[in-house]
Design a protein around this ligand. Structure first.
Ligand SMILES: Nc1ncnc2c1ncn2[C@@H]1O[C@H](COP(=O)(O)OP(=O)(O)OP(=O)(O)O)[C@@H](O)[C@H]1O
Ligand SMILES: [Mg+2]
Length: 393
């Protein structure tokens, strides 16, 4: 029986949102505010009314929890629960289908009355998925949508949230802190505030859209393509360029290769490997991909460059003056901003790009004093296109 479905009583913040809902809704709230709980409430009510609902999240593993909670809630109403297909149907004809939004074709060929996009600020290419995949599935039934998330900088979710601020069109937005949820102990939030960096607390618990002011590479995360893989063999008629950052005393040697479309297809990192072994490894890869290698030839670089050349490789030595280093980094930043480069999903590389800041002393971009810059410099060398630098300091 449908009447057997027992939903939690919504708290005041959730009730406010529910009463103010428009057609397209953007909910920016702190962690643990109750976003998923509210979304489940809306989804279940739509299903009871016989409507088809879709639920999307940035990755499959983020679907498990809402699928589990929803299944448990509708189980007493003899719902048809198909966990392997991530689909639930009610006797009213209402249904819900769960989608990973890593799949850009989510929902294609289907019509929905309601789309829930949970953790929306972490969906890659949210704006294009919304326009190309989700919105077309809502036109038949004049369907509605809810984007729910904790903010994640000034990305696509922020743009959608801004649409709803003037409450003019079909859009409505909210911004509420974690503390709105009466089920989260106030003491717990205070404790976190005392031990968390200020800007993190503002974003995660106050739901503010923080911009990482000093960061050199902005919004590069949308260049990370999780489906991109390191390749072992070159493609037919493809052209490659390599960037090589050689280890100094305690550093790493990093080799990065980009294809002609700007996709990162090779990434290798060595530490404490004898020069001879490094030479062999680099030469083997460069020969296989028949690519030009740009090498930082400053300091230890020169003799190594000569050895690479004597192996018959096409080597372009680059001597790093402060100016040239700046140009290389500017070029990389510009190419990332214009999405000309697709990056492998390599946590060490992502962390290095993230940590690059304008140095307070020199005003120039640099890695933090405790960090490395090898991945970034290898990438900057591979991405270098002389004559393409526009920024002036
Ligand atoms: N109306 C409610 N009644 C009882 N408990 C609630 C309610 N809303 C939220 N909660 C509880 O608050 C906690 C956080 O809820 P929920 O997971 O929905 O939040 P969230 O904003 O989606 O969190 P996250 O940021 O981790 O995704 C959970 O323990 C949930 O059971
Ligand atoms: Mg949640």
């Amino acid at each position: 029986m449908i009447s057997e479905i027992k939903l939690p009583r919504l708290h005041n913040g959730q009730l406010q949102v529910k009463h103010e809902l428009s057609r397209f809704n953007v909910l920016a709230c702190g962690r643990r505010w109750g976003k998923t709980t509210l979304a489940i409430d809306l989804a279940v009510h739509a299903m009871i009314a016989g409507k088809p609902v879709a639920w999307g999240a940035p990755q499959y593993k983020l679907l498990a929890e809402p699928l589990r909670i929803l299944s448990r809630l509708v189980h007493p109403a003899n719902a048809k629960i198909n966990l392997s297909e991530r689909r639930i149907e009610l006797s009213t004809g209402g249904s819900i289908q769960f989608w990973s939004l890593l799949d850009h074709n989510a929902g294609r060929g289907t019509k929905y009355a309601l789309w829930i996009i949970d953790e929306a600020a972490f969906v890659r290419d949210l704006a294009s998925i919304w326009n190309e995949s989700i919105l077309p599935t809502l036109v038949d039934l004049s369907g509605e949508a809810l984007f729910a998330s904790t903010p994640n900088g000034h990305n696509d979710f922020y743009q959608l949230w801004q649409r709803g601020l003037n409450h003019t069109s079909d859009w409505h937005s909210w911004q509420m802190p974690t503390a709105t949820n009466p089920h989260i102990p106030v003491k717990e939030i205070e404790r976190i505030q005392a031990t968390t960096p200020e800007s993190t607390f503002r974003q995660e618990f106050l739901a503010q859209f923080e911009q990482n002011e000093g960061a050199f590479f902005r919004d590069f995360r949308s260049c990370i393509n999780p489906t991109l893989q390191i390749i072992e063999q070159p493609g037919v008629e493809e052209h490659y360029t390599a960037g090589l950052d050689l280890a100094r005393k305690h550093d790493f040697t990093v080799l990065t290769i980009l294809d002609s479309k700007g996709q990162q297809v090779v990434w290798k990192r060595w530490r404490n490997l004898p020069w001879r072994a490094q030479l062999q490894a680099i030469s083997q890869i460069a020969k296989k991909f028949d690519c030009q290698i740009r090498v930082d030839a400053t300091g230890v670089g020169d003799p190594f460059v000569e050895q690479l050349q004597s192996e018959g490789l096409r080597v372009e030595p680059i001597h790093f003056s402060a100016m040239r280093r700046q140009q290389l980094l500017d070029n990389l930043a510009l190419r990332l901003e214009s999405k000309e480069i697709a990056l492998l999903d390599i946590p060490i590389q992502t962390a290095e790009l993230e940590a690059f800041h304008y140095s307070e002393k020199t005003g120039r971009p640099d890695a933090p004093s405790s960090g490395h810059d090898d991945c970034v410099m290898a990438l900057a060398l591979a991405a270098w296109r002389p004559g393409s630098v526009a920024k002036i300091y």
